[in-house]
Design a protein around this ligand. Structure first.
Ligand SMILES: [Fe+2]
Length: 412
């Protein structure tokens, strides 16, 4: 039986407002970018800003208009191939590594196409407010929000490859984070309820809601900071195999990194970090960011034996993280909006999981192998897109997202 996309959506009017806000936010994100900035692709994992703007529009054209609009026709049928990301059910795809070579259509045409699709979705919503359509549009909004975050992480990566180290923000923005004294807090143990209750919007991978068993554990009151990470570096953490998983050590030998991504030094040996504010002195009190799972895991093993505060530390499981986040004290203010937090949980289906039916079935389920779960959200996550049950996932070597860590340890 097909698992239909179904949750309680806002009214058609409210959804329309959210739709327009999310569409506007995407184009706001490129206000400080030139057409050349929007064109380039810095690596296979990252996509050009123009591609993101086009792909989220493709999503509405193929998933929403095609099945629901009377007398549907494509803006340009060739775009169905160019801007398909990974949906085999839709058909052919332009190769991912060659998205930066798409000099046609121009940015101007992509923006024109965006406007056309927006007008048609708006018109459609005025004559059809079926549950199925509303659910798909809400999925479209959330999909676009995911790509808004990717657009920023990809621009960050692109600009880091420019020796001018350009700043994206016209006015500097800071991930504010005063490093407070570290403390272990009691986790929520025993049988805990995990996953989304299924009523409001959620991705299929967040459900079904189910019980999980947490042993006694403690969890950090704050994220791991740059200053703590610096101690790992200074103690030769990146040169000592004993802290690393075998696959992580092999990765390190190939990639030869010695710091988190975006750390660099100026002539006077001052440590800098490149961010969307440009290249600025490393803020030791900010949470460490842009580390892979391999690095998070190695740090944890080192810190467990070398930093008194962190004795016995390990990464939390995603169930420990979620149970804690659902009832955490107000003083813990960095669960969301700073950096995604690696967990020790493999990205697996929950008991009873069923992928959505139809084309949307390819959204999450087919990626459930060789990836680790991250919880929380980051400074690049759009407002309103964070949830306590949200499961982000990346392979163990990925580090171009704003990824950091919070520690846990076994309780007694
Ligand atoms: Fe997508």
């Amino acid at each position: 039986m097909l698992n239909k996309i179904s949750y309680q959506t806002p009214s058609a009017d409210e959804l329309l407002e959210q739709f327009h806000l999310s569409r506007k936010y995407s184009t706001d994100l490129i206000m400080n970018l030139s057409a050349e900035d929007c064109q380039a692709q810095s690596m296979e994992d990252a996509s050009p800003a123009k591609w993101h703007l086009a792909h989220v529009t493709w999503f509405y054209e193929v998933m929403v208009l095609k099945p629901f609009e009377e007398n549907f026709s494509y803006w340009n049928p060739q775009f169905a191939i160019l801007f398909n990301s990974y949906y085999n059910g839709v058909g052919d795809k332009h190769p991912r590594s060659k998205r930066g070579l798409l000099t046609r259509p121009s940015l101007a045409e992509v923006l024109e196409w965006r406007k056309n699709i927006e007008d048609r979705v708006t018109k459609l919503l005025k004559v059809n407010s079926s549950v199925e359509l509303l659910c798909l549009i809400q999925l479209g909004i959330n999909h676009e929000q995911q790509h808004q975050e990717l657009l920023l992480t990809d621009i960050h990566h692109l600009f880091s490859n420019n020796s001018l180290y350009p700043a994206y923000f016209v006015q500097s923005k800071k991930i504010s984070c005063v490093e407070k004294p570290f403390q272990w807090l009691e986790g929520i143990n025993g049988l805990v309820e995990i996953g989304h209750d299924g009523n409001s919007f959620h991705f299929d991978n967040e459900g079904p809601k189910h019980a999980a068993l947490n042993q006694k554990y403690l969890i950090g009151n704050r994220l791991v900071s740059n200053s703590e990470w610096l101690q790992f570096i200074e103690d030769g953490g990146y040169q000592n195999f004993k802290w690393w998983l075998d696959a992580g050590w092999a990765w390190l030998q190939t990639e030869k990194m010695t710091t988190p991504l975006y750390w660099n030094k100026e002539e006077k040996n001052q440590l800098l970090r490149f961010s969307l504010n440009g290249n600025t002195p490393l803020d030791l009190h900010a949470p460490v960011s842009n580390i892979s799972y391999f690095e998070a895991d190695a740090f944890t093993r080192w810190a467990s034996l070398n930093l008194a505060d962190f004795a016995g530390a390990r990464l939390p499981t995603e169930f420990e993280w979620e149970a804690f986040a659902k009832s955490s004290p107000e003083s813990v203010d960095d669960l969301f909006g700073k950096v995604w937090q690696w967990t020790s949980s493999n990205y697996n289906p929950y008991p009873g999981y069923q992928a959505w039916g139809g084309i949307a079935g390819e959204y999450n389920g087919k990626f459930m192998v060789n990836q680790m779960v991250l919880r929380g959200s980051s400074a690049y996550t759009p407002e309103g897109h964070s949830r306590v049950t949200y499961r982000n996932f990346f392979p163990t070597h990925a580090r171009w997202q704003l990824t950091g860590l919070r520690l846990a340890k076994d309780g007694v």
